[in-house]
Design a protein around this ligand. Structure first.
Ligand SMILES: O=C(CO)[C@H](O)[C@H](O)COP(=O)(O)O
Length: 346
């Protein structure tokens, strides 16, 4: 089994993940993760309407039930949606990962659990030559737990060698449009996810068919925005001025617990917008201009729109990293995987 312990890590890496990390005290086991999940599934998932009984079929959207929530569930217990995510994850990893990759980014959410499962399975079958080490860069607390639960080695983003680029980062999305712009942040992890995507040679997205839409804000109606707590009211005010009067602070399902806090101890605002336009349309809020406009508001740390150039396009332009995926793997209802790739790799 390809398994590592902290005993083998350089000291700077262990230090990055001790319980003295200033921004996040050690949570009670599983509790924090479950909070986030229940909040998302009750308050924030546009897919909850799919949990209905029709005259012919019953579709249940499940949150994986696991004894360890950071480990993938037994494949034989998966419902069709989870199964679709898992298939997409294995295909994405097969096509974009290899054992000689030194630094790899790992996103957050329910889908990436299968990506990490696929990576661990690949490393078990094709161990890297020793003493070669693969390092996995998490995008938050949940992501780090998933990496650890799979027996892989996490390394904090700020412990990366200064000149290192990640070979690839795998992550999920809440919605993807036909130009591969994404909405992310449904799980409140957008800032670190963007940091990691922009430090990666390529971002590979894994999703299920519900996320595949022509335009953003079709089924996932809101843009998540991470804001400094002190600025949340003024950001809401400005969002109103630019066309999102119903933007709201994301709160825990249990109201007395207050606003959800990110790994940076910031808040999340969910801002509804009408369907966003792509670069092919003529109109006001195309993805790029909306993302830039929101980012320009004082107090905004990051916007959950992943747009602009992908990793291949930045490399071509002599730059590095990129917010947009180079490929998106959608697990389909019939068990197939649909791959949408950027033009550069068609
Ligand atoms: O952006 C994210 C977290 O902030 C996730 O990637 C996104 O919400 C998708 O999550 P899931 O795989 O659970 O559908």
């Amino acid at each position: 089994m390809h398994r590592h312990t902290f005993a083998s890590l350089p000291s700077h890496t262990t230090r990055a993940f001790t319980s003295t990390t200033p921004h996040r005290p050690p949570p009670p086991p599983h509790k924090y993760w479950l909070n986030i999940t229940s909040t998302r599934s009750t308050l924030h998932s546009p897919y909850r309407h799919l949990s209905t009984t029709t005259t012919t079929t019953t579709t249940t959207i499940s949150t994986p039930t696991m004894s360890d929530p950071h480990k993938p569930p037994n494949p034989s217990t998966l419902d069709p949606i989870e199964s679709a995510k898992r298939k997409a994850a294995f295909r994405a990893v097969e096509e974009h990962f290899n054992s000689s990759m030194r630094f790899v980014g790992i996103g957050s959410g329910s889908t990436i659990v299968y990506g990490v499962e696929a990576i661990a399975a690949h490393l078990k079958a094709h161990p890297p030559p020793q003493p070669y080490q693969n390092w996995f860069v998490p995008t938050g607390w949940n992501s780090r737990k998933v990496i650890e639960a799979a027996g892989l080695l996490p390394i904090a983003f700020d412990s990366l060698p200064g000149d290192a680029m990640l070979e690839v980062c795998f992550d999920g999305a809440d919605e993807v449009d036909e130009e591969l712009n994404c909405i992310k942040g449904g799980g409140a992890c957008l800032f670190q996810e963007k940091l990691v995507a922009c430090r990666s040679k390529k971002f590979v997205c894994i999703a299920d068919y519900r996320k595949d839409q022509k335009r953003l804000c079709t089924k996932w109606k809101t843009v998540p925005i991470e804001v400094a707590p002190i600025a949340h009211a003024s950001v809401l005010r400005e969002l109103k001025l630019i066309g999102s009067p119903d933007a709201a602070l994301r709160e825990h399902a249990l109201a007395k617990t207050g606003p959800i806090q990110t790994d940076q101890s910031f808040y999340i605002i969910d801002a509804p917008f009408k369907q966003l336009l792509t670069s092919m349309d003529d109109g006001v809020w195309d993805v790029d201009s909306l993302a830039k406009r929101i980012k320009s508001i004082n107090g905004v740390l990051e916007v959950g729109l992943f747009h602009g150039m992908n990793g291949y396009q930045t490399q071509k332009a002599g730059l590095q990293g990129g917010q947009k995926p180079v490929a998106v793997y959608f697990g389909l209802e019939d068990g197939e995987v649909l791959v949408r790739k950027a033009d550069e790799i068609e």
